[in-house]
Design a protein around this ligand. Structure first.
Ligand code: SF4
Length: 339
C-alpha cells in the first residue's frame, strides 16, 4: 500500500489519475457515506487526503469516537469476535443491522445502525449514529423515526448553522434508509459488487451466534451465510416505515460529553440529488476534483496542502494576470479635454 505524508502533494497527480477515484482509492468496491459528504468542504482537499492515504487521526477525532462508543454502550453491549473471511465481515454488518432494527422496536431507539444501497450504480455503506421514534416538535400526537448524527464540539454552545457536509451526510443516510424500507434493492448485485460468496458459511464464531439468533426463528434449513442473513434483513425492513423529513444534528461538549442541544433541518431531495450527481462524476472519474470558489478562499488559510495546491496557485496567477491587464488598460488611457 502506498503511504504518504498528508502534506505531500505529488507533482505528478495528473499522470496517476488514469484510474477513476473509485478504482484508485476504493478498489471499485464500497464507498462510504462520508466519501460523498466530505467533498462538500473542498473536493480537491479531500482528493489530496485520499492520495495521502486518509486523514491523520486528531485528538478531537479520538475524543469524538470515545464519546460515540460511550453512547452506544448505554444502549447495548458489544462483543468482539474474530473474522476469517470477507463474508464474515459483511455478515457482522448485516447481523448488526438486524439487531439495530430489533432494538428500534424494543427500545424505540437504536444507535450505530449500518445501512447501504446504490447511488448511480456505486455501492455506498454508512452507519447512522441514531434513529429514535419520537414526536416531531409540537406534533405530540405523531411519532416519527428521526435520524440524527452526533457531533462533538470544543466550544460549549451549538453552532449557528449546520455545515453542508453534515447536511449531505444526514440526507444520504435518510435516502439509503428509506430505500431499504421500500425493499427495492438487488441483493445479488451487492454480492457481485463486493465480490462476496453469498453461500459461503460463516466461520465458527459468527455461525454460532447467527444460528442461535435465527435458525429457530427463521427456518429449519437455515445455513449461516450472507444469502440467508440478507433474507432476514429484507424481512426486518419490511416491518419499518420511512424516516422523518426532519433531520437532527445533536451536539456534545468534547470536554465531558454533556449534551449541548440539537439543530434540525429539512430533507431536500432536489438538493441532495444535484449534489450526488456532481459527486458521482468525481468518483467515476468523469471530471477532475475542484478547489474552492473564490468566495471560500478563506478555507485555504488552514489547508495543509495550500503551498502546493494547483487550484489555489492557478487562481493566484489568474488574479495577478487580471491585475496586470487592468493596469495596462488604465495606463494607456488619457484624460480627455474639450478643445
Ligand atoms: S488550498 Fe484551498 S483549494 Fe486547495 S485544496 Fe486546500 S482548501 Fe482546497
Amino acid at each position: 500500500m502506498e503511504i504518504r505524508n498528508n502534506s505531500d502533494v505529488p507533482s505528478d497527480i495528473k499522470n496517476q489519475e488514469e484510474k477513476s477515484p473509485h478504482e484508485r482509492f476504493r478498489d471499485s468496491k464500497s464507498l462510504s457515506v462520508t466519501d460523498f459528504s466530505s467533498l462538500a468542504w473542498c473536493e480537491l482537499q479531500q482528493h489530496y487526503f485520499f492520495i495521502a492515504g486518509g486523514r491523520k487521526e486528531t485528538l478531537a477525532m479520538k475524543i469524538g469516537s470515545e464519546i460515540h462508543n460511550k453512547l452506544e454502550l448505554q444502549e447495548h453491549d458489544i462483543i468482539s469476535i474474530p473474522t476469517h473471511t470477507k463474508e464474515d465481515i459483511w455478515g457482522i454488518k448485516l447481523y448488526n443491522l438486524i439487531f439495530g432494527i430489533d432494538s428500534l422496536f424494543i427500545n424505540l431507539k437504536t444507535r450505530e445502525l449500518p445501512i447501504f444501497g446504490f447511488v448511480s450504480g456505486l455501492f455506498v455503506f454508512g452507519i447512522i449514529d441514531q434513529i429514535e421514534m419520537k414526536p416531531v416538535f409540537d406534533d405530540i400526537s405523531r411519532d416519527e423515526l428521526v435520524i440524527s448524527d452526533t457531533k462533538t464540539r470544543t466550544k460549549q454552545y451549538i453552532p449557528k448553522y449546520v455545515p453542508p457536509s453534515v447536511k449531505f451526510q444526514l440526507m444520504l443516510y435518510k435516502k439509503l434508509f428509506d430505500e431499504l424500507v421500500q425493499g427495492t434493492f438487488d441483493e445479488m448485485k451487492i454480492f457481485q459488487t463486493l465480490d462476496l460468496n453469498p453461500d459461503l458459511e460463516f466461520s465458527k464464531e459468527l455461525a454460532n451466534i447467527v444460528n442461535i439468533s435465527y435458525k429457530e426463528k427463521e427456518m429449519k434449513e437455515f445455513k449461516p451465510n450472507l444469502r440467508n442473513l440478507m433474507k432476514v434483513v429484507i424481512n426486518s425492513f419490511g416491518k419499518v416505515w420511512k424516516s422523518c423529513n426532519i433531520l437532527e444534528v445533536n451536539y456534545k461538549f468534547q470536554k465531558d460529553g454533556s449534551d449541548l442541544g440539537s439543530k434540525y433541518f429539512d430533507y431536500d431531495e432536489n438538493q441532495l440529488d444535484n449534489y450526488l450527481e456532481k459527486t458521482v462524476k468525481y468518483w467515476k472519474g468523469d471530471r477532475k476534483p475542484e478547489g474552492v470558489p473564490i468566495e471560500d478562499a478563506w478555507k485555504c488559510q488552514n489547508c495543509e496542502f495550500a503551498d502546493n495546491c494547483e487550484w489555489r496557485l492557478n487562481k493566484i496567477k489568474e488574479r495577478e494576470q487580471n491585475k496586470r491587464a487592468l493596469l495596462e488598460i488604465t495606463n494607456g488611457q488619457s484624460k480627455l479635454r474639450l478643445n
